[in-house]
Write a protein that binds this ligand. Structure first.
Ligand code: G4P
Length: 198
């Protein structure tokens, strides 16, 4: 059952993904620029199947590319979706939880923030994001969840690059994680998944 969303995503990555340089996968045609809502919906259902027994009442992501998969996941759960906003710098604001996120890919630092209105100690949160690379975005969201006194129930990732640091950091912290597509390596411009034989 669940496997079909994973298979659909992996097939789509093979068909439409493009490997840039040695560690970047471009998926603009269905995830990061143009969005395939049908694929997002199957992935949302898949995250729901995986995490449905955890008492989750809120989905949290970061703008912008996390929003599409997060909204479809929220739809499956029937719960609200909150996206952290990015700012170059934030003047102190008592109404916001903030955290700093460094992007290795873009070599810039962003502050991300969530209004105190939309996250509280009553919340059991599922983080959803499009990519897991070095884990900086997830780390920043986790800091915000802690500041709000909310509970982190788990992390759902669309595409994990297992050869970068993020996965290890999350496993080490003992946080439940479910990545739909897990990329083991890029081999001469070809994507190799963890679950396929080379
Ligand atoms: P991290 O959050 O895991 O630490 O990732 P990193 O700093 O390396 O990546 C920063 C941005 O680049 C993130 O998006 C992340 O989703 C994206 N990214 C990382 N690896 C890849 C990749 O191989 N392909 C693509 N297409 N994106 C990748 P962001 O800055 O938050 O941008 P956006 O959500 O506004 O698009």
């Amino acid at each position: 059952m669940g496997d079909s969303a994973v298979k659909e995503l992996e097939d789509r990555i093979k068909k439409d993904g493009r490997v840039l340089g040695k560690d970047v996968l471009k998926v603009d045609s269905f995830l990061n620029h143009q969005v395939d809502p049908m694929l997002m919906q199957s992935m949302g259902k898949e995250f729901y199947e995986h995490f449905k027994d955890q008492g989750i009442n809120k989905i949290l992501t970061v703008e912008s590319s996390g929003i599409a998969p997060a909204v479809m996941t929220g739809l499956s759960f029937g719960v609200p979706v909150v996206f952290a906003r990015k700012h170059k710098s934030v003047t102190l604001n008592d109404d916001l939880y903030t955290s700093e996120v460094y992007s290795y890919t873009k070599k810039t630092s962003n502050h991300i923030s969530v209004s105190k209105k939309y996250l509280s100690s009553d919340d059991k949160v599922l983080i959803i994001d499009d990519f897991l690379a070095n884990g900086q975005a997830v780390n920043g969201l986790n800091t915000i969840i802690d500041a709000a006194g909310a509970d982190l129930a788990g992390i759902g990732i669309v595409i994990e690059k297992s050869f970068q640091k993020g996965r290890q950091l999350i496993d080490k912290a003992g946080i439940p994680i479910y990545s739909l597509a897990r990329i083991k390596a890029f081999d001469n411009g070809q994507v190799v998944f963890e679950d396929e034989n080379e």
